[in-house]
Design a protein around this ligand. Structure first.
Ligand SMILES: C[S@@+](CC[C@H](N)C(=O)[O-])C[C@H]1O[C@@H](n2cnc3c(N)ncnc32)[C@H](O)[C@@H]1O
Length: 243
């Protein structure tokens, strides 16, 4: 599946940049802190006899964008790892932080944030890297990731639903009558595209996570029915049981 990028977040540090206009998304990232801390605790195997984390860990943020939010989730994860190690008197592991977004993302500013993150954590090392590409495709080597995070990104679909584009039906028709008439069909087409994309996302991450790896993801959505739930069952034989 290819993800052709036609839009991206405003680049740079100017007045209209994403870097200076992403406070709402940052509030959502802060809401994920306890979940990231719980994921780190789970990775340490603290439910069994040992509370030790692995000596090397890989943490990735998918759809990182640019500006301060790009490193927010991985910074929360690094802090959580260090606090956990202090608590259990373990030397902190070496951590590799990988940030992903589509190729047209403003990676220039992201790289500068990664340099700062690397320099402020020199012992033990926090190695950093950029992984450009679509998270609806394979991005990382098999069984290599301990923790995958993603905030405010997974509602971006890989493409508009083909049933609609084939018939030149827009997501929002300016003619109110036509819009209301097609509303259920348009909603269903987008829901189906989301299901297809999200299934691919889970399938590829299941390959890339270590056995017992963890994912913390948050995305914008709408509760269309009372049955909508936050618990998602991953396909059988995936490394992680919960997200
Ligand atoms: C609203 S920004 C969220 C950025 C950041 N995670 C935050 O919480 O502020 C959504 C980001 O997802 C990226 N994105 C969308 N589709 C993607 C895909 N298929 N693969 C990788 N990144 C994608 C966009 O380029 C954009 O930078």
């Amino acid at each position: 599946m290819t993800s052709k990028q036609v839009v991206y977040m405003n680049q740079g540090q100017g007045k209209t940049s994403y870097a200076r206009n992403s406070g709402i998304q940052n509030a959502e990232q802060k809401r994920l802190k306890p979940m990231i801390e719980a994921a780190i605790a789970d990775l340490s195997g603290s439910t069994s006899t040992s509370a030790l984390l692995p000596t090397k860990m890989v943490v990735a943020d998918l759809g990182c964008s640019s500006g301060p939010n790009a490193v927010a989730l991985v910074s929360i994860a690094i802090d959580a790892i260090h606090i956990h190690c202090l608590q259990f008197l373990q030397p902190p592991p070496e951590v590799c932080v990988l940030l992903n977004d589509l190729p047209d993302n403003d990676f220039n500013t992201v790289v500068k944030s990664l340099v700062t993150l690397h320099q402020s954590n020199n012992e033990p090392i926090v190695a950093t890297g950029i992984v450009p590409g679509s998270f609806y495709e394979r991005l990382f080597t098999s069984g290599s990731l301990h923790l995958v995070c993603s905030s405010n990104s997974l509602h971006w679909l890989s493409k508009a639903p083909e049933d609609l584009t084939r018939n030149q039906i827009p997501a929002y028709d300016i003619d109110e009558h036509t819009r209301l008439e097609r509303h259920p069909m348009v909603i269903e087409a987008y829901a189906q595209q989301f299901r297809k994309d999200f299934r691919s996302f889970l399938k590829f991450r299941a390959k890339e996570l270590i056995p017992g790896g963890r994912m913390v993801v948050s995305l914008v959505g709408d509760f269309l029915s009372k049955e909508a739930t936050c618990a998602i069952e991953l396909p059988k034989k995936t490394p992680s049981e919960t997200i």
